[in-house]
Structure formats: structure tokens, C-alpha cells
Design a protein around this ligand. Structure first.
Ligand SMILES: CC(C)(COP(=O)(O)OP(=O)(O)OC[C@H]1O[C@@H](n2cnc3c(N)ncnc32)[C@H](O)[C@@H]1OP(=O)(O)O)[C@@H](O)C(=O)NCCC(=O)NCCS
Length: 180
């Protein structure tokens, strides 16, 4: 693996990062099966997403290049609205195409774990297109274990897609409970 001369720095996202976050996501939508969206999202949708994350205390991080551009981003997301799922989250991680394979994904994953623990979450789930070896390897490196494979649940670019589920159990326990 090569390391960029001026590695981006990782920091919590600000609302004015939304255009950079959106551009990376929409590029992945148009060119990859990392997301099963077909259509680009709008800036307004991304800002609503950002505001909801702020309100609900779900972390978002960006990798800021020396130029000030967003080179990648990561986030914790609500896994499910039903109350009993409140200690579980689903993560996202996206790196701009020109920055991939240089360790930025790892830099963006690293702060998600302590952020999830600090928020009292108990597990993080990653739903990954089964052919996405880079993401599977990235998550495995952070202690995510394969817990399932959903076959042919996605359809994009004229083919059926399998989704690999990986999970990392955290140290946090629901309030009022004691570790076993
Ligand atoms: C998946 C993604 C976030 C990885 O980020 P990255 O910065 O390219 O990855 P890193 O350089 O930090 O490498 C992370 C691990 O993946 C491996 N890796 C990177 N690119 C790879 C590739 N093309 N194929 C296989 N493994 C790869 C690295 O070797 C490293 O593993 P190691 O430490 O065991 O050697 C990035 O490729 C990406 O944004 N892809 C498009 C969006 C996406 O797939 N998001 C995830 C949705 S679940």
C-alpha cells in the first residue's frame, strides 16, 4: 500500500462538508454497487441526513485533503426505528475514487468504533455488497465478523446482487445492565 505525501486529516463533519460528502456518494451510486441507489441524491437530502445525525448524536467523520476537499467520509446510522434496536447502528464509509487504496478507509473507520462506544451503542452492522472485497477486508480489519449472506436481494446494472452482513460487537451495554 502507498501512503499519500500529504495524508488527509480526519475530523468530525461540518454541515458545509455536505456537498463533498454528496459528490463522493453520488459518484459511487453512478459507478459502483457499493450503494444500491440508482439515482443521485440532492444536496437538500444530504443536509437533512446531516441534521438528523446531529440531532440523534450519530457521528459523521470526513477525511479533509490538504486542498480542503473532502477525500472521504464515514458515519454511524440508525439501524432500525423499532425501539428494541436502539443500541445497534449501521455504518457507512466512502472514499473518493482518486484517494482509494491509500489507507483513508482505515483512517475513517477507526474513529467510528470509539464514537459508537461513547454513544452507548452495543453493535455496528455493515451491509456490504458481497463482491466488494475492499470493504469486506476493511471491516474485517476492524474486528467485524461475517454473520450472514443475503442472496440476490439487490438488483443493479442488470444483475442480482448478494449482500454480506458483518458485525462488530462493542464494549457498551444498555443502561442498567451488567456485563456477563
Ligand atoms: C471500501 C473503501 C471505503 C475502502 O477504502 P480505501 O481507502 O480504498 O481502503 P484502505 O486503503 O484503507 O484499505 C483498507 C483495506 O482494504 C484493502 N483494499 C483496498 N482496496 C482493495 C481492493 N480494491 N481490493 C481488495 N482489497 C482492497 C486494503 O489492502 C486494506 O486491507 P489490509 O489492511 O488488510 O491490507 C473504498 O474502496 C470505497 O470508498 N469504495 C467505494 C464505496 C464503498 O464500497 N463503500 C463501502 C460500502 S459498504
Amino acid at each position: 500500500m502507498t501512503t499519500a505525501v500529504h495524508s488527509p486529516t480526519i475530523r468530525p463533519a461540518r454541515r458545509d462538508d455536505c456537498p463533498g460528502i454528496l459528490a463522493i456518494y453520488n459518484h459511487a451510486v453512478a459507478h459502483t454497487t457499493a450503494s444500491y441507489d440508482y439515482e443521485p441524491r440532492t444536496l437538500e437530502q444530504r443536509q437533512e441526513w446531516f441534521d438528523a445525525h446531529q440531532r440523534d448524536d450519530f457521528a459523521i467523520f470526513v477525511a479533509e485533503a490538504a486542498t480542503g476537499d473532502v477525500a472521504g467520509w464515514s458515519a454511524l446510522n440508525r439501524y432500525h426505528d423499532r425501539f428494541g434496536y436502539r443500541f445497534t447502528s449501521e455504518n457507512s464509509v466512502y472514499v473518493a475514487e482518486s484517494w482509494r487504496g491509500q489507507g483513508i478507509g482505515k483512517m475513517l473507520m477507526a474513529p467510528l468504533i470509539p464514537a459508537a462506544e461513547a454513544r452507548g451503542l452495543h453493535s455496528i452492522i455493515a451491509a456490504i455488497d458481497a463482491a466488494n472485497s475492499a470493504s469486506i477486508r476493511l471491516h474485517a480489519g476492524f474486528g467485524f465478523e461475517h454473520v450472514g449472506l443475503f442472496r440476490q436481494v439487490g438488483y443493479k446494472f442488470d444483475r442480482w446482487l448478494d449482500v454480506a452482513y458483518m458485525e462488530r460487537i462493542l464494549r457498551g451495554y444498555p443502561p442498567g445492565t451488567t456485563p456477563a
